[in-house]
Every structure is written in structure tokens, then in C-alpha cells.
Write a protein that binds this ligand. Structure first.
Ligand code: URP
Ligand code: ZN
Ligand code: ZN
Length: 465
């Protein structure tokens, strides 16, 4: 047999082209794109289907240590399974440098959680919380060379935030090593001030999470992060942008010629801060940072996706169980929104939401969808063209889509470890029906057919952006 698998009769879509052809796969790689391929052990019929590069979600949190008494709902097994059923072939979670840890120690511990526990491929970003001379001078350069070529830094959260001086030092190291710096841009002191005032006024319900971190807090931090990056002359990625004002800071920087990239997420397209207003603790299901805003902000985020201000669309999957005292209902959380774990699940819903609201509703073409959900992630995070496209020589990471299938997003269809989805009841047109990683089918029509040890860690190059 010439091929292990042939995907026959589909419409193959890349970031640039839409072509009717078959896909020939051998030894986990794409080896032929042509008409009339046969001679395969396995034939997959893709008539009336779209054949897309598998989704790459470059912003997910898996088995990441949280505050006292809080446990994340997903380990690598459940997160990567959920991702596969959502049409993804790779995810990039964050390896957190915990208190007193070297980066190597953090990575060794994180690999131990992931090894043999992944349905799809993974790559790790590193969260730097303690940028000592040793970390910046020795550890980071060695790790970038070893394939961990992106760093996330935080401007808020008690245990994670860096000062401006620390940010400058991390950016300086990134410039020297070619790592890409991802920035969580919210002003820590402003949020603390707001939180204290709200609590003093007895405004402690979950929806005050949104009141405590208004748009100005995100805009100011975005402006500051961009200014610091301009000073160092280093590319940065502003992650999870929620509104026009922050987006305009990125756009202005891009117009000046700075290498500033942006990301937005489904919660900023289809949720609003009103979702946080549920009775009792219901609103905690939507607590994430930055918080969802209003309809005008949704329009702005769509504009950012279609005009190119945003290069990537990620989920910021960060799941906690709702009916769980180690999750959204941690007892302290009832006393104040301050203690409610930040984050919502979304890795399985990301692609259907963007496909349906974006492609099916005519806001963007299918090639832009592929750029935003796969190709640009691969380019930005140093994996292109091995990942993120359908081309001869690329890994056979493929998602087959039924563009007409009507579905309703529901917890009953989900494979994540959370016990709810914030997108419950959301109707979509377009659904991933088969996900294949390096030539092996992992998920098909809601059935898991892959193996828990198939996913591999992918060492990454420097960003090609
Ligand atoms: O609320 C969120 N987004 N939690 C995840 C951590 C982060 O800031 O990305
Ligand atoms: Zn963040
Ligand atoms: Zn995040």
C-alpha cells in the first residue's frame, strides 16, 4: 500500500487556499495532495466535508497549581481529550514556576504530569514568577534552546505579578534569546483598590468581579506592557484582550511598526458581564479575567479578528468545577468575589463557536478561520510548517468538519473535567466530526478512538513572526 490513510473527496482548506483534493498520509505525515488517491489501508470519506488543519489552542491551563484549597478541574488526560473532541490536535498549556522552584524543576514536575497522559500533542509555555539572575541569565536561555520558546508574565494576581522592573528584565532576556513574551495585562494595584472599596461597601457577589476590573484597568496595563516592550525593542503578545480600548492600544502599536500581537477568546465574543449576575453563586461560573464586557466590546473583538489586530483566537481554558468546594464554590468565595477561582472551560467549545459565529454567519472566510485557530498559533509559537497547515511534509494533524451540522453546545456533550459549560444552550452551525493527530484518529463523532499515550510533547523553535 502506498498510503496508511487517504482522506478522500473533501475540500482541503489552509490559511491561503481552498482546494478539492485527497490527502495521502504515511508514517504520520502528509505525503500527497492530489486527485484520485487510493492504495491505502484506511480510506476516510470526506465528501461534503471540510478538511482543515487541526486546531491549535495556544492558551490553555491544565493541572496548574492554584491557590490554597483550589483544584483545577482538568488533568492532561481530560483536557487533551476535550480538546480533541473540539477539533484540536495540539494545545499549549502553561508550566508555572512555583515558589522557590527553578524553571527546570517546574518543567520536570509538569512533564511528569503530562507524560503518557495526552491524547493530542502538547507544548509548554513557561510562567515566570521569580525572575532571578539565575533564571534570566542561565535557565531561560537554555530552555528556549530546548524548545520552550515562549514565556507568560502577569501584571496582576498576588502570587504571579511582576513589577515593571522585573518585566523589563524578562523582556530583555527574551530579546536576547528569541523567546516570545505573552503578557496578562491588568493593573494589580487598581484591582486591589477597587476590590477593597467594593468589599467595604458590602458588594461581594460574583458579578462585582467585573466591577473590580473595568476596562481602564486592562487598557492601562496593555499600554504599559507595550511601552516597556518598545523600550526593550522586543515582540510581545497581549493575551485575552476583551475590549476596544485595549485593542486600540495594540492597533496603534502595530501601526507604529512595533511587533505587538493580540489574542482574543470566545468569552469576549459571546458572553457579557451580565452573565456574572446569576443568583447566589451562579455568576461564579463566568468569573474569569479579564471579565466578559458588553455588546460593544464583542463588536470590537470581532473587528480585531477580521481586520488582523488579533493574530490568534484561543480559549484561555481554565476549568473549575461548580458544585465543588475546591472549585467555584470554595467557601471563602461566598464571602467575596475576591476568592472565586478565575477561569472558565472552553477548549472544546472554542472552534465550534468561531466557526458558527464567524464562518457560518459570514463574518470571516474559512481561510481566516484556519489562520486564527491553527496556522498563526503554529507560526507564533515556533512550529510552522510542521504544524498548522495541510502540506506535503507536515504532520497529519487534521480536523474534518461538517459545515452544515447544527448542534447545541451542552455539558452532556463535553469531555472536560468541569461540571458545566459557560456556553450551555448555545446553538452552532458547523461541527468537527473527526480529529486526527499525526495520522491517527483520536476522536470521531463524539466517540474516543485514540489512546491516552498518543500525544507527544513538541519541542518548539523560535517564533517565525
Ligand atoms: O481567568 C482567567 N483567565 N484565568 C486563567 C489565568 C489567566 O490569567 O490566563
Ligand atoms: Zn492571563
Ligand atoms: Zn489564561
Amino acid at each position: 500500500m502506498t498510503y496508511d490513510t487517504v482522506i478522500r473527496g473533501g475540500t482541503v482548506v489552509t490559511a491561503a487556499d481552498t482546494v478539492r483534493c485527497d490527502v495521502g498520509i504515511r508514517d504520520g505525515r502528509i505525503v500527497a495532495l492530489a486527485d484520485g488517491l487510493d492504495e491505502a489501508e484506511t480510506m476516510i470519506d470526506a465528501s461534503d466535508r471540510l478538511v482543515l488543519p487541526g486546531g491549535i489552542d495556544s492558551h490553555v491551563h491544565i493541572a496548574q497549581k492554584q491557590g490554597e484549597g483550589i483544584v483545577m478541574a482538568d488533568d492532561f488526560a481530560s483536557a487533551t481529550l476535550s480538546a480533541a473532541h473540539g477539533g484540536n490536535t495540539m494545545v499549549l498549556p502553561f508550566c508555572l514556576q512555583e515558589d522557590g522552584q527553578t524553571l527546570r524543576e517546574a518543567l520536570t514536575a509538569y512533564h511528569a504530569k503530562a507524560d503518557g497522559q495526552c491524547y493530542i500533542d502538547v507544548g509548554f509555555h513557561i510562567i515566570v514568577t521569580d525572575p532571578t539572575d539565575q533564571v534570566l541569565g542561565q535557565e531561560l536561555p537554555a530552555l528556549v534552546a530546548d524548545g520552550y520558546s515562549s514565556i507568560k508574565i502577569f501584571m496582576t494576581y498576588d502570587d504571579l505579578k511582576l513589577s515593571d522592573l522585573e518585566m523589563l528584565k524578562v523582556m530583555d532576556t527574551a530579546r536576547a534569546t528569541g523567546a516570545l513574551v505573552m503578557v496578562h495585562a491588568e493593573n494589580y494595584d487598581a484591582i486591589r483598590f477597587m476590590t477593597d472599596r467594593l468589599e467595604q461597601a458590602g458588594k461581594t457577589q460574583p458579578h462585582h468581579h467585573a466591577t473590580s476590573r473595568p476596562i481602564v484597568v486592562e487598557r492601562e496595563a496593555t499600554h504599559r506592557a507595550i511601552s516597556l516592550a518598545e523600550l526593550i525593542d522586543v515582540p510581545i503578545m497581549i493575551v485575552h484582550v476583551s475590549n476596544r480600548e485595549a485593542m486600540d492600544e495594540i492597533r496603534r502599536a502595530q501601526q507604529k511598526g512595533l511587533k505587538v500581537y493580540g489574542e482574543t477568546c470566545p468569552q469576549y465574543l459571546v458572553l457579557t458581564e451580565r452573565d456574572l449576575e446569576g443568583l447566589n453563586m451562579e455568576g461564579s461560573k463566568y468569573v474569569c479575567s479579564p471579565p466578559p464586557r458588553d455588546e460593544a466590546s464583542q463588536v470590537a473583538c470581532w473587528e480585531g479578528l477580521t481586520t488582523g489586530v488579533f493574530s490568534v483566537f484561543s480559549s484561555d481554558h481554565c476549568p473549575f468545577r461548580y458544585e465543588d468546594e475546591q472549585g467555584k464554590q470554595i467557601p471563602k468565595g461566598r464571602t467575596s468575589f475576591r476568592w472565586v477561582p478565575n477561569g472558565i472551560p472552553g477548549v472544546e467549545a472554542r472552534l465550534p463557536i468561531l466557526f458558527s459565529e464567524g464562518v457560518s454567519k459570514g463574518r470571516m472566510d474559512i481561510n481566516r478561520f484556519v489562520q486564527l485557530t491553527s496556522t498563526n498559533h503554529a507560526k507564533l509559537y515556533g512550529m510552522y510548517p510542521r504544524k498548522g497547515t495541510i502540506a506535503v511534509g507536515a504532520d497529519a494533524d487534521i480536523a474534518i468538519w461538517d459545515p452544515k451540522r447544527e448542534m447545541t453546545i451542552s455539558q452532556s456533550l463535553k469531555h472536560h473535567g468541569a461540571d458545566y459549560t459557560p456556553y450551555e444552550g448555545f446553538k452552532v452551525v458547523g461541527w468537527p466530526t473527526l480529529t486526527m493527530v499525526r495520522g491517527r484518529v483520536v476522536a470521531q463523532d463524539g466517540e474516543t478512538v485514540g489512546a491516552l499515550d498518543w500525544g507527544q510533547h513538541v519541542a518548539r523553535d523560535r517564533s517565525s513572526f
